[in-house]
Every structure is written in C-alpha cells, then in structure tokens.
Design a protein around this ligand. Structure first.
Ligand code: GLN
Ligand code: ZN
Length: 769
C-alpha cells in the first residue's frame, strides 16, 4: 500500500447491529429475568457474551471501526434517558434501589407505576420509550453503560466508536411529563443538556474513544428555523469543548435538507449521511454546500432497512463522486442494522436462487467491507465480488417471481373507475340500510376474539404433523361456533368469525399470496423483547385461491345476523413487510390491492353483506417530510379503493385504524370512501368523533368505547357516557358501537364482560334517543 492510498483508506463501519443473538438469547434471558428464573448476573453475562459475539463477527468480517453502546436491554432511547439522569420522579426510587429492575420498570411499568409511553422510531417498525421532560428536569451524566461497553470492545483489541442519541434528537423525541403544560417544548432544555453531553464525551475520551457518533435522525424531518438554530448551537457548543473525542454527527432515513448546511458548518469532525434512494438528494445538496472540506464523511450507501443485496457497482459510483467532496470517505449501511434480521445464510426454506438476492445484517456488513476495499484499493481488488453481485442482481431482475406477466398486464389495465364504487356514498348508505336492517347505534367488534392457548396448540400440532388439516379445521370451526354463539347470546348486531385461523394479520395473507416469502429466522426487534418476522414482498403478487371465504361462509351458516368478512388492507400488507426496492411502492400496493379485490368480490359472492378491510398502518407509513405525503396518500387511498371498489352498492365496506389522533389524515380517511370506519377512541374520550365532525366527515363511524389494550372491564355506565359524548359530535344515524381494536390479546373472561357491557350501553343510549 502506498502512503497516499493509506491516507485515503476508506474504513468500513456500521452504526449498530441486531441485539438479540442467533437464537434470540437476549429475549430469552430478559424474559427469564422478569419471571425470576434468570438472575441479574446471568442476564448481564448473557448480554456481555452477545456483545462480544457481535464485535467478533464484525471484526472477522473486516469492519474497521465497530459501534459500541448500541446494545440495549430494551431500547436505546431509554438508555439515553438513564445516561442523562432524566428519570421521571415516579420511577426514581425504584431505579436507585435496583438499577436493572428499575430500568425494566421504566419500560414496562409495575402494578402501581405507569411505564414511559412507547412510540414508533421515525418511520420504522421499531418502538422507543418517549422521554418525559419538564421545566424542572435536571440532567445528570451517567456514562457508566457507554464507558463499560467501550472498554469491553477496546479490550478485544477493536477500534470502537461509541454511538449516542444526539442531544437535539433526544429533546425532539421527548414529550412534556405528566402534569407539565402540554405546550412545554423540551427543546428549551438544550442549554441545560449540553454540559451533560460534554461530561459524557469527556468520559468516553478518557476511556479511549477517538471518535463518538451522535445520531440526529430528527434532523431529517421538516424543522423550524428555531429547531435548526438549536442544532447549530448544540454542535457549536459541543465542538468548542476542549476535552472531547472527534465528533461524527449521523443522520439517516431521509435527506438532511436544511439541516445539511447547518451541520456542514458546525465545528465537528465528521458527518454520516444516508445516500440510499430515499435520501438521494443528499448527494446534490452536499455538492451545493461545497462538500465537507477537512471533514470525514461516512457514506450510508448500503440500505440498512431493506433486505436486498446492494447494487455494488452503483454504490461504488456514488462513493467515487463523494471522494471529491470530503477529506475522507468511509462506508456504512445507511442506518443501524437493528432494523433487519441477523443472517440470511441460516434460512433453509428459501430457494438458493432467491436467497442470493437477500442481504440481512451479516451480508450487509460484508457489502460495506467490500465497498471500502474497492474504494481504497481499486475495483480490480473486488472483481470477484462485483461479478457475483452482478449475477445476483440479474437473476432477480429476470426471475419469473419478480415479473409475472399476467399480474403486470392486469395492474396496467386498471382504470380510475375500478377504484370507484358504482354509486356515491349517500345512495349506497340507503341501499345498505335497507339490506341490513340494523338498529340505531349498531354494535360490532373489530374482528379477532381471544387467541386461546388451545388455538396456538392446534397450530403447533398442525405444524408438527400431530394433527392433519382436517383436524385443524375442526378445531378452528369449533372456535367459530363458540364465537358466533357468544355474540348472538350477547346481542351484537354485526358479528365476526373471530379470526381464529390467523397467526398474524399480515402473515396469514402473505402465506397465501404469490410473491411473498417467509423467513424462518428473520426476527427483527419491534420493541423490548418483542420480535417480529416480517414477510418479504419479493415478487409480483397474485391470489391463487380464496383466503378467507371458507371461514366467513361457515360462520355465516351458523347465524341469521350479518357476519362481517375480515381482511388486511393493501397499505398494511406493505407496511408490516419488507418491500421490494425494484419498483415504486405504489405499484406493489396496486398488485396487493388487486389480489385483495378478488377476495372482497368472492366474499360478496358468497353472500357476505359487510366486509372490513383493516388499514391500521395507513398513517404510520406517512413520509417523514411533508413534501412526500400527498403522493403517498394518493396511491395509498387508491389502493384501498381498488381493493374495495368492485362490490355492489348495498355491500357495506368497513375499515379500521388503531390510532386516536388522526387530525392530519382525516381527508385521506375520507378518500378511502369506506362506508364505516372504526377507530381507537376510548382513551382520548371520543376525540376522534369531534375531529370527524369538524372535518364534515359524511360517513358512519365507530369510535371505540372499550380500551382493549387494558385488561380492565369498562362498566356499562362508562361506555354509555362515551357514547353520549360521541352523540354530541355525530348524529345517531351514523354512530356505531365497538371496541377500540381486535380482542386477540385479551382473555375470554374480560372479553365476555366487556362486550356484555358494551351492548348494554348501546341499548341504554338507544332508549334515550
Ligand atoms: N381485524 C384485526 C383484529 O381484530 C385488526 C387488528 C388491528 O387493527 N391491528 O385483530
Ligand atoms: Zn386496531
């Protein structure tokens, strides 16, 4: 290596790695600790072993600089709250008495103390614990975890870079603590917070950190001038500290936009930017500010949140351009690899021809190392990798899985009329009223009934071959009989079959549609110890055979009351899966919508008069920046209408969403053109009904009157009071009575009592009309 190329050597790095371990050892150890079966020491030892394993794996793969501090027992934002001493008063004693038990109490609550609220980490499916701050918050530095993990990695002989949530993002993610005025802005605490970050940086420097990474993903969202000023001030002050490591400020998930010039000017030594498609504008923006002279640029060219192999040639071209824009260019995935599964190589059920298209954390790490090598030593040194990559990409592009001519022809032939019901809402509403003959304030549920241990056993028995398909179907039918008979006895008006056959509302459909792949080990952290295995949308989507008709028809055969068909909508089918990156999302959504349309039409054909298409994810997929939202909402609502637009006017289409604050997408909800919507509302005291009314929403709606997230049984009076509140915002002709969401996580005893009370409340309020 010449001295010139040594000076320019690109380093391979990552910002974070899956925490769980190969066999989800972390989940098992933590849950064992909660149950008292695993001691704190054993849990700590397991965690340390997992961290060591990760660092070894990274080092063996050729990563030059490994992250530390990204490990977490539950959530890295919660770790930051602990690091900053920002523990809410109600948890302080418990944390002081036993830091580990207190930490989990912050995350999960105890019998007497409420946990921190949990919410989604930007537009990923990872959830973090929301910091609670107020004017009285006092920050104190507790760098113990960060320092200890840095020393562990250094002890293994690694070059390590601690990764911290940055101060601006931390404050922007926070909310006013309970009892603090709702308009309190956590960002006003910045001046108080910076010295504490200063102390932590000094501790890390003393422990041997040359570089520290401060993650500021909040800066990729639309920010006010005041917020951008705060970012400028934060990095001016941290940059001015004497006793500190070099600072790398990282952003990901979107372009940095107006924050780019702010950070480019800041007295920090490096920036990490996302250069994947979603943030491609970073490239031009970087050139426009004159690059980063004198600074280190970490280029996130490998997508850290999809599961597809990288186009290495294209990444090298991007990196080549970037070489002219910074002093030194290093290579990384675009964000922490927390959002992807660990290792594609352990998948046994995916054909080798398809497996080669997939890159999980381990494969992405290898890609980053290859790119850094190519950048440093020339493309000739990675010729074999480039050739293999080219072949993998070509195999994907020409595979019949990714290109199904019939699906493409059908999607291309879709007209605007296909996505429109044959009659306007008002006419449909009267046709449906005549057909269904429901009372005022009709009662219904959201779809699922308790998923009992027997049902899970039946599924496990089926998988293990202990029972056959017929045996399994008999158990499902027995459950449906029970659910229908309970609903009839209780007096619900529109019944459901209870979804006993579904393991999960997305997976169930993914398993029956072409174009979807399932993984055996593709676990991704959703929150805490909860991991999900999102299906992979790999190819063109079609529905070879009906998916739900059999169960709905069976349920309907048991009763004279209408049984609601129950499907997961196209947007949610995308949002809770890994999506393909070789065509626009809108196109994938359209294919899924057409497959669902077949199902909707078949349900109608089988005599179903009410069909619900759930879209709980409609809002969570909203682009991070306002600029992208109109386009998103346009294809998303079109996909929903396409799936439901083929039915008769007197077939009633329901939809369901699980959030209470949707003021910003009420127009989109209107654009779905569903006949009835059910929404979460119990905790927000029917806020939803007022928002719908304020918008002039013309359709029927069921704001939930039973909070299913709690085992608590709502009393009849309480549910009736919520209904009366709803009636102050909406006329009785348009108000439905239902729980907030499905009942699959509840037990039968509380479900029975709650639904009896819900029906009693509807009857009581009807009598007042
Ligand atoms: N129909 C689904 C159920 O009842 C809806 C679940 C959801 O909204 N997340 O479980
Ligand atoms: Zn829901």
């Amino acid at each position: 290596m010449t001295s010139k190329s040594a000076a320019a050597a690109a380093r391979a790095t990552v910002y974070g790695y899956p925490r769980q371990g190969r066999n989800r050892e972390l989940k098992k150890a933590i849950e064992g600790y909660w149950k008292g079966r695993v001691t704190a020491d054993t849990l700590r030892a397991t965690a340390a072993e997992l961290r060591r394993g990760t660092w070894r794996q990274l080092a063996d793969a050729g990563v030059d600089e490994a992250p530390t501090g990204d490990f977490s027992y539950y959530d890295h934002v919660l770790d930051t709250t602990v690091m900053l001493g920002a523990i809410p008063a109600r948890h302080r004693d418990a944390v002081a008495a036993d830091p580990l038990a207190g930490y989990f109490a912050l995350a999960r609550g105890t019998q007497d103390v409420a946990p921190l609220e949990m919410t989604k980490w930007f537009d990923t499916n990872y959830h973090y614990l929301v910091p609670e701050l107020g004017p009285d918050t006092v920050f104190t530095a507790d760098s113990a975890k960060q320092v200890a993990e840095l020393k562990e990695a250094v002890g293994l002989g690694l070059t390590a870079r601690p990764v911290l949530v940055g101060p601006v993002t931390y404050l922007l993610l926070a909310k006013p603590a309970p009892g603090v005025a709702g308009d309190f802005e956590p960002l006003t605490l910045l001046d108080r917070l910076l010295p504490v970050y200063g102390e932590i940086l000094a501790d890390l420097r003393a422990a041997g950190a040359e570089w520290v990474q401060l993650d500021e993903p909040a800066l990729v969202q639309d920010r006010t001038p005041a917020e951008l000023n705060a970012a400028a001030r934060a990095y001016r002050d941290l940059g001015a500290l004497a006793d500190r490591p070099q600072l790398l400020v990282a952003s990901y998930f979107d372009r940095l936009g107006e924050a780019l010039p702010v950070l480019a000017k800041a007295p920090v030594e490096g920036l990490a930017l996302d250069f994947t498609e979603a943030a491609a504008a970073n490239l031009d923006a970087l050139a426009a500010v004159g690059g980063l002279p004198g600074k280190r640029l970490v280029a996130g060219v490998v997508n850290g949140r999809n599961i597809w192999v990288n186009d290495l040639k294209q990444s090298l071209a991007t990196l080549g351009t970037l070489l002219g824009l910074a002093d030194r260019v290093d290579v990384s995935p675009s964000c922490s690899l927390l959002h992807v599964p660990l290792d594609a190589a352990v998948e046994r059920d995916i054909e080798p021809q398809i497996l080669r298209w997939l890159a999980f954390a381990r494969q992405k790490t290898a890609e980053v190392v290859t790119l850094a090598k190519g950048l440093t030593h020339g493309v000739d040194t990675i010729a074999a990798e480039l050739a293999a990559n080219r072949a993998d990409l070509a195999s994907r592009a020409r595979s019949p899985l990714t290109r199904d001519a019939a699906v493409r022809a059908r999607a291309a032939a879709v007209t605007e009329a296909d996505a429109r019901r044959s009659q306007p809402y008002a006419e449909r509403a009267s046709a449906q009223r005549a057909r269904l003959g429901l009372p005022l304030l009709p009662t219904t549920t959201i779809g699922s009934f308790p998923q009992t241990a027997e049902l899970r056993t039946a599924r496990a028995d089926l998988r293990a071959g202990r029972i056959g398909a017929t045996g399994y179907e008999e158990r499902v039918e027995a459950e449906i009989r029970e659910v229908i008979s309970f609903q009839e006895k209780t007096g619900l008006d529109v019944l459901v079959h209870g979804e006993p056959e579904r393991n999960d509302m997305v997976q169930y459909f993914a398993e029956q549609l072409t174009g979807y792949l399932a993984t055996q080990h593709g676990w991704v952290q959703s929150y805490g110890t909860r991991y999900v295995r999102p299906p992979i949308l790999a190819g063109d989507v079609a529905r070879p055979a009906p998916m739900t008709v059999r169960w709905t028809r069976y349920a309907q055969s048991l009763t004279d009351r209408p049984v609601k068909g129950m499907l997961t909508g196209p947007v949610t089918m995308l949002a809770w899966s890994f999506v393909r990156d070789d065509q626009p999302l809108a196109e994938t959504a359209r294919q899924v919508a057409l497959a669902l349309r077949d199902e909707v039409n078949d349900l109608e054909e089988a005599g179903t008069s009410v069909i619900q298409v759930d879209e709980p994810a409609l809002r969570e997929t909203l682009p991070l920046r306002a600029a992208g939202r109109a386009a998103y909402l346009s294809w998303a609502t079109e996909a929903f209408r396409l799936s439901t637009g083929g039915v008769r006017p007197d077939t009633q289409i329901h939809t369901h969403m699980c959030y209470a604050e949707f003021g910003d997408i009420v127009q989109a909800i209107d654009d779905l053109d569903a006949d009835v919507i059910s929404l979460e509302a119990a905790r927000s005291h029917m806020q939803v009904a007022r928002e719908l009314a304020a918008h002039g929403y013309p359709r029927e709606a069921g704001p939930g009157v039973y909070d299913i997230h709690s085992p608590r049984v709502p009393g009849t009076q309480e549910a009736a009071e919520l209904l009366r509140t709803g009636l102050r915002a909406m006329p009785a002709e348009r108000l439905w009575v239902n729980p907030d969401c499905g009942l699959k996580t509840r037990g039968w005893p509380e479900t029975r009592a709650s639904l009896e009370n819900l029906v009693a409340a509807a009857r009581a309020v009807r009598a007042e009309l």
